[in-house]
Write a protein that binds this ligand. Sequence first.
Ligand SMILES: [Zn+2]
Length: 575
Amino acid sequence: MKFRLSVNISTNFRRLFWLFLLGLVLNLALPLPASSLTEAERAYQQAEKELQRFAASRQKLRYRRHWLKVIARFKNIYRRYPESRVAPRALYRVGRLYEELYGYSGRKADLYAALKYYELLWEKYPKSSHARLALKRAIVIYERKLRSPVKALALKKKLKRLAGMRERSPTVARQAKKNPPPKRSTQAVSVAEKKTSSGEKKSASKLLAVKIGGTIKQIRYWSSKDYSRVVLDLSRKVSYSPHVLKASKEKPPRLYVDIKPARISPYLKPVIPIKDGLLKQIRFGQYRKDTVRVVLDLASLTDYRVFFLDEPARLVIDLIGKGFSEKPACPAPPKIINGEISLAQQLGLCIRRVVIDPGHGGRDPGCRNRRLKEKHIVLRVSKLLAQKLRAKLGCEVVLTRTKDVFIPLEQRTAIANMKRADLFVSIHVNSSPRRRAYGIETYYLNFASDEEAMRVAALENAASTHSLSELQDLLKGILLNTKLEESHRLAEAVQRNLVKTLRRRYRPVKDRGVRTAPFVVLIGTRMPAVLVEIGFLSNPMEEKRLRDPKYLDLVAEGIARGITAYVKKMKLSAR
Ligand SMILES: [Zn+2]
């Protein structure tokens, strides 16, 4: 499990949140007669009171504008009283609230806003105890949410420096040694601050738990008439149990999944009508205090699969309806392609559709070497490959992306299944910390064949090797309906032909062979599916090749020959 959860308070979170805030306010308010407070301190108290009312209101928590209003209160305190002792505390509140808001909204912009105010805090008030708390929060965000270990490391160094600065700070030293009786108002605030900062530490885990207590943040789905994939985006790992309710006279079949410990983001509608296709509608509700029940109303159901993927946490539900595995009559391929009878027609084959998946895209560049990015290379190769396959096989070719856009891994698989592709080929470029590593390799889905395969899968899944070993466990259940044997043969054919084709014009070309690893993009594919690594961008020789359009064209040619060879050998459609 990725997140530490100190107390399981996902269900009672609001009560605790409320109690904590109340405690905070009381801490601040009780020992002090209001008259001894400065204007800034009074304003801060007011803002805390408003926050307390806000946190207690189920209604208000649902609306972004209310969040922003509370946040604005704390921002104003910082703006109006930047020299006051409550200014750093107010900034810290702003950061925390943006973080909380992200837990509900899922908007990255909220996370960045939190970081912005944390940074402002430690830059402006480096000696304040809240500066260190802010740094700690920022480190957590960079490590766990933004997956940017380099940034996190830099901040850890900064945190060390700040801690040193505090020890050397003359005011702190003086207070610690002499502890002189200060003026009343100063003492009052320092007591309050001390309490707040320990309370703040406790609250950090509680407030955090509000965010990570298994919230279902978002639902995504792709649905066709006989296949649907539903993805529930979660704030952390949960346990889940699927159940099927068979169709009765009155009711169509349903699949429900109980998820716990979890709750629903107030931003989600409880019923999502879909209507067209296999999936009629998605309903969900807080079934028990700690359990969310997601119900999928279906037109039919012959098979299903539910599995959890981490980093980011999400639950994937694959649904297969009636008619999915039935082979529709083969449409007559166009008779003449480039003046020749198509190979498919010559052989009487029925390859209707191939889905090609250019890896990465958009905000995910894949691996890179200076300005050269994997996402551009693989898109180019995929487009060339599509042309060649149309010409050679006379089949339809679909690309998961034709532009430089981001598409989540689970969506790529969904596209292939929805299109009822006969083959799925994902194209990637490799990279290794060892610059000398080079060569071509082709993968299909299975347990990792070796350490190196594990590393490549971690790279392509954009996940840690830790979550990969969890993925290995999950594979046992998934491989059942995967076309392993056929995928293996397709991988062999592609690898052999790609290497052979490249060797005609390039030397050396290293054949790294066919391997297996748990690639997320291949999980759940219902057709023979492979992932090709067309060279190492980290290797100077292959980097040069990958910059050369001639090499890319030859790569596409090699893969196309591999697919053709596989089709010829099988002499049948893949499904
Ligand atoms: Zn890649």
